[in-house]
Ligand binder design. Structure first.
Ligand SMILES: NC(=O)c1ccc[n+]([C@@H]2O[C@H](COP(=O)([O-])OP(=O)(O)OC[C@H]3O[C@@H](n4cnc5c(N)ncnc54)[C@H](O)[C@@H]3O)[C@@H](O)[C@H]2O)c1
Length: 295
């Protein structure tokens, strides 16, 4: 069965905030579905490397037979990049994929509130921040929800969708429609730190790093056990490398701060790797070594 993105249906203009791993990944899926996409990031280095990362993602998608129906070139032509949130004024839907930090995202939400028409839906791709903590920074909290795409976004059939206490039905319906246009389904859960997926997964990444730190096994062995004995497609440390160890640590901090649970305090090995610039796949080295760095 082919998993190619369905042919473009009537398109809309969708804004993406953040040109990192997820911003580019989500833009790829939107543009492949025929939507016009505007990606905004204030960091020049992120914008400089984004087109190459978009193209690399499209090449991988094609290899996995998940390429866009009307080709990579047309898909790329539908994505433009900018540095100012005011460029999102014409978007009818915005997906926020900025760095995992409560103050950074709250500031982005305040800016989006000032820039966007009141009917524009604002989705956050946060890993762990409750949607309600962001929705309280806009005048119409009903238009805010969580759309937790996972990485690589083009390879995933479903998205964890977070319904905030104030998220309204129209917002959920609009998000389901947008996902449907990308050939994806939304799995709706309630609002809580880490929702369902990351409350469960990030404690495991942290524990797995702790096992390596204690010297019980090296990273390759931990991952092998998950793959060969549990039957997982990927072990927890290779998964953490894929996410980005900086993002994993940021997410653990959010979970720790909001739940107070000690198991979410990032272990020293994780914070040491991040301090050493070993961020995982995107830097070429994390728990494992990779052939090429993202930037
Ligand atoms: N990497 C993953 O596997 C993954 C999966 C699901 C969700 N997420 C979440 O997606 C979000 C983005 O993660 P990522 O992995 O792409 O991180 P990343 O570090 O690759 O990218 C983050 C981007 O945010 C930008 N940024 C920083 N401040 C900003 C601002 N004020 N406005 C706009 N952009 C800003 C940075 O320049 C950077 O390009 C985070 O909330 C993360 O938790 C990540």
């Amino acid at each position: 069965m082919s998993h190619a993105t369905p042919p473009p249906t009537p398109s809309r203009t969708v804004g993406v905030v953040g040109a990192g791993t997820m911003g580019v990944g989500v833009a790829h899926c939107l543009a492949a579905a025929g939507h016009e996409v505007i990606v905004v990031d204030p960091v020049p280095e992120a914008l400089d490397s984004a087109p190459a990362r978009l193209n690399a993602g499209l090449r991988m998608a094609a290899l996995l037979r998940r390429g866009p129906a009307d080709g990579a070139e047309r898909t790329v032509a539908r994505v433009r990049f900018g540095s100012d949130l005011t460029e999102l004024r014409t978007a009818s839907f915005v997906i926020e994929c900025a760095r995992e930090s409560i103050p950074v995202k709250q500031e982005v939400f305040r800016s989006l509130n000032a820039v966007l028409p009141p009917a524009t839906v604002i989705a956050t791709c946060t890993s762990a921040i409750p949607v309600g903590l962001l929705a309280e920074h806009v005048d119409e909290p009903g238009r805010v929800l969580g759309m937790h795409f996972m990485n690589p976004a083009y390879a995933k059939d479903s998205v964890e969708m977070i319904r905030g206490e104030q998220t309204d039905e129209q917002t959920l319906a609009d998000a389901h429609d947008l996902l449907g246009s990308m050939g994806k389904q939304g799995i709706v859960v309630g609002d809580a730190p880490g929702f369902v997926s990351n409350r469960l997964s990030h404690g495991t990444y942290n524990d797995a790093a702790g096992v390596v730190q204690a010297g019980t096994a090296d990273a390759a062995t931990v991952d092998r056990l998950f793959q060969e004995c549990f039957g997982h497609a990927m072990g927890p440390l290779r998964t953490a490398d894929l996410i980005g160890l900086d993002t994993v640590v940021d997410t653990l901090h959010v979970l720790h701060d909001l739940t107070g649970e000690a198991r979410f305090a990032p272990c020293a090995l994780l914070t040491d790797l991040v301090a050493a610039g070993r961020l995982g796949r995107k830097s070429g080295q994390g728990f494992h070594a990779y052939a090429s760095a993202r930037r």
